[in-house]
Design a protein around this ligand. Structure first.
Ligand code: ASP
Ligand code: MG
Length: 809
């Protein structure tokens, strides 16, 4: 035997016309130049096998197949038009005609037809190599790989095949590269048999085993074996090394490039298998060998076209032999059962079969359990199509809880859960519509790969815009530090919505301005998220809209957690307030709005913690409005007139464009109501006693007229200021008092006079202050004080809510 020989196998997609076949030739050339000893094993090119099967079926049904046949021939000769395929093409043509005539074919005929695909491929590659100055010869594996008569899935006759293969190779010219057909074999009568679909990998392993090859290289069209199908999971990673055991597990759970059968010959002789990519020949790929590492290899695979049957009934409780009867019923109908799981109460038994067998299975079960159905021991036999099995390989049930929780949080129902006997694999049966999302959720849990948080931001004004920029600026740091990927996939303004599945960029403003008005609605955003199977959805309302809140419940129902700097939802009627809470609870969704009161100050959070811990809050009092804080702090201290101070506040952008929106007290009242409701009080907005700071004669003027007449406020406030006791200052406060253990509290918004030295009296600038009085702290309130307004701080507060929700995921 010659030393260090490698088997190089190329799959059908690798051998496709164009880039594929070109790369194959150059890969072989490189190896020859490096003086590597190689045997090439090929499968049919492109989807030749499928095409041949299709033509056979058309012929059998008496249909015309001329178009397909012509296309097949053209495809096969394309890389070298001078090639002589006369023999193969004539055989196929004659056979198809015959099949059309008798309208039938046997598995034997089918094997002969399919075998031509590999024969054509070997001829083609040998011809191209020879054209490139590399001496090579196409080799028909039927001459040495011998099988029984089981056409379509023949069993290899080991001893004979081995002797034949060794003899063939020893007689073969050492200077020539053998290009061997995979997949095809023959029986003792020299009739063509095949090793089953995808069998050329098995051929390569067998030849490797018989000739003691040092390695098998399987050139595919992917970079190697991934932690999950990269079509589903964009974060999927290549597994660099797997041992044979792990590889067989993967193979049996649907990794399409591996077959358990292929691995067995390699295990016997300890021949490593490398999975490589024809289209990316420099990638390291996946190496499968006998090395056992302590790292638990985990990967996720999916089996589709699965059906699910569930048998339920109190009569199943503790009854022996039910499982056996189910299995034997399935067995009699040649249906294989793959996952079975029994509820701990034993009141239901669920299992998985192939989707196409559902009808037969249900009918058979109804007959088998006729008696039990009649006595109502079995109440139902339900079937469900369009489900998939997700298998997590190398996952122990004990550490599965984080994935499990993440699935629940993402509203993914698990129909059945099962762990295998060795406890190393977990199977989940999941509705097809959730599969993609489920794999992503599990994948990021078990591989610790960054969690994707998909965010839709409504409102791009001062707060909205600041938030978007803050997120984009911190994105990389958060990704590094917390492995959380904050992906803003939607920005919605009043006229248009910007959608981008990769996440919007720093240039979002320009992109938004350039985008046409697109009349897109919230439904488009929901559909977009569904289309791309986005997990961990968050909607942020930074609008001041009174109608946008109608979207909160639909958003929650469609999997979005909610964050809002908009106060409307929390100050609407108590009934609507309650309804939103109920929907959130039902849908398992969060709703955070820390910035509703005191902007970024951690007020709502603190109140919540106190309240939840059973601490009785007896009163909340403070200056809740940044603009009114500024106005009265300065007015109390300085000699300036009220209108001068008001003008300063306007100029600094502290007030709303029409300052009466601040002066009327409604904003403070809203904040007060929000705090009250945090304490489970059921007050309504119209129950709040509000001292409106605008005198009646200025209440109904236009904004412009009002702004030109602000000096008329001066006598009113000058008098109030002068009427105070000495060393007292004016403060405009919200005050929640009464018996807060009851359903309703007393809510007042008012202008008061307080001692300069009191904590309210010492307030500066535009700061807010909140005094929280509780039973255990008595007269000493917990005081939270600081900048309680401004776009940047508010955006920061919203960002805080975002991270809070993210951490719960
Ligand atoms: N050409 C055969 C098939 O498509 C064998 C193979 O590709 O491995 O099944
Ligand atoms: Mg706050």
């Amino acid at each position: 035997m010659r030393e260090e020989m490698k088997i190089i196998k190329f799959g059908g997609k690798s051998l496709a016309n164009g880039q594929g076949i070109e790369n194959v030739i150059s890969i072989i050339k490189n190896k020859v130049n490096l003086k590597e000893k190689i045997i090439i094993v090929l499968s049919a090119r492109g989807n030749a096998t499928d095409c041949l099967e299709l033509i056979l079926d058309k012929a059998k049904n008496g249909e015309d197949y001329a178009v397909e046949w012509k296309a097949f021939k053209e495809y096969q000769i394309e890389p070298n038009k001078n090639i002589d395929y006369h023999k193969e093409f004539t055989l196929l043509e004659k056979t198809f005609e015959g099949v059309k005539l008798v309208e039938d074919y046997s598995l034997k005929v089918k094997d002969l037809v399919l075998a031509q695909g590999e024969l054509l491929a070997a001829k083609m590659i040998a011809s191209l190599l020879n054209q490139n100055g590399i001496k090579s010869n196409s080799i028909d594996s039927r001459d040495f790989l011998k099988t029984n008569d089981n056409f379509g899935n023949a069993q290899i006759i080991e001893k004979l095949s081995k002797t034949n293969t060794v003899n063939w190779y020893n007689a073969f010219d050492e200077e020539t590269i053998p290009i061997v057909t995979g997949f095809i074999t023959s029986n003792k009568n020299n009739q063509t048999t095949t090793l089953g679909r995808n069998g050329s990998n098995y051929s390569a392993s067998l030849i490797a085993k018989y000739l003691n090859a040092s390695e098998v290289q399987n050139y595919t069209h992917i970079d190697g074996i991934y932690t999950a199908n990269p079509d589903y999971v964009s974060d999927a990673k290549i597994i660099e090394q797997l041992n044979f055991n792990e590889a067989s597990e993967l193979a049996s759970f649907g990794a399409s490039i591996l077959h358990a059968k292929t691995i067995i010959p390699l295990v016997e002789k300890n021949i490593p298998l490398r999975i490589l990519n024809t289209y990316n020949p420099n990638a390291t790929g996946t190496l499968i060998n006998n090395k056992i590492t302590d790292k638990e290899v985990k990967s996720i695979s999916v089996q589709n076209e699965i059906g699910f049957i569930n048998i339920e009934g109190k009569g199943l409780l503790g009854k022996k032999g039910i499982d056996a009867r189910i299995f034997s019923t399935m067995n009699q109908n040649k249906i294989s059962v793959s996952v079975i799981s029994q509820g701990s109460s034993e009141r239901s038994i669920g299992f998985i079969i192939s989707e196409k067998d559902i009808k037969t299975a249900v009918n058979a079960l109804k007959i088998e359990f006729q008696a039990e159905i009649q006595t109502k021991d079995i109440s139902s036999i339900i079937s469900k199509k369009e489900v998939s099995v997700i298998t997590i390989i190398g996952q122990n049930i004990n550490n599965f809880s984080s994935s499990f929780n993440a699935l629940i949080k993402n509203n993914i129902d698990i129909l059945l859960i099962n762990n295998t006997l060795n406890g190393n694999n977990i199977g989940l049966v999941i509705d097809n519509k959730n599969v993609n999302k489920a794999i992503n959720v599990i994948h990021s849990q078990i591989f610790g790969i960054s969690k994707n948080i998909n965010i839709a931001i409504f409102g791009k004004g001062t707060v909205g815009g600041a938030l978007i920029n803050q997120i984009l600026n911190s994105k990389n740091k958060i990704l590094k530090r917390k492995e959380i990927n904050l992906n803003i996939f939607a920005i919605a303004g009043s006229k248009k919505i910007l959608l981008n599945k990769e996440g919007i960029s720093n240039k979002w403003k320009e992109e938004y301005d350039k985008a046409p008005n697109n009349n897109k609605s919230i439904t488009d955003i929901i559909e977009f998220a569904q289309k791309y199977h986005f997990e961990n959805l968050i909607a942020i309302d930074n609008t001041a809209s009174t109608t946008f809140i109608d979207n909160y419940i639909p958003l929650a129902e469609n999997g979005f957690d909610l964050i809002s700097s908009n106060k409307i939802a929390n100050t609407q009627s108590y009934l609507s307030y309650k309804k939103l809470r109920e929907s959130l609870k039902k849908n398992n969704k969060n709703y955070l709005y820390e910035t509703n009161v005191g902007a970024g100050l951690p007020l709502i959070d603190t109140i919540n913690i106190l309240h939840a811990s059973g601490e009785n809050i007896t009163r909340i009092k403070g200056v809740f409005s940044g603009s009114l804080s500024f106005i009265f702090n300065h007015f109390s201290e300085s000699e300036s007139s009220f209108s001068d101070i008001l003008q300063q506040a306007i100029d600094k952008g502290l007030t709303e464009p029409d300052p009466r929106e601040d002066l009327c007290g409604n904003d403070v009242a809203r904040k007060l109501l929000i705090l009250a409701r945090e304490l489970d009080l059921q007050n309504e907005f119209n129950e709040i006693k509000i001292h409106n700071l605008i005198p009646t004669f200025l209440q109904d003027e236009s904004a412009q007229d009002f702004l030109s007449r602000i000096e008329e406020l001066n006598p009113v406030y000058q008098k109030i200021k002068e009427d105070q006791k000495e060393k007292h200052v004016l403060r405009y406060i919200g005050d929640l008092s009464g018996d807060l253990q009851k359903n309703k509290g007393s809510l007042e918004v008012k202008l008061i006079s307080v001692p300069e030295k009191s904590s309210l009296g010492q307030l500066n600038n535009a700061d807010s202050i909140f005094e929280i009085y509780t039973e255990s702290y008595g007269d000493n309130p917990i005081v939270i004080q600081g900048a309680g307004a401004g776009a940047e701080v508010t955006a920061r507060g919203v960002f805080g809510d975002l991270l809070r929700i993210t951490e719960r995921k």
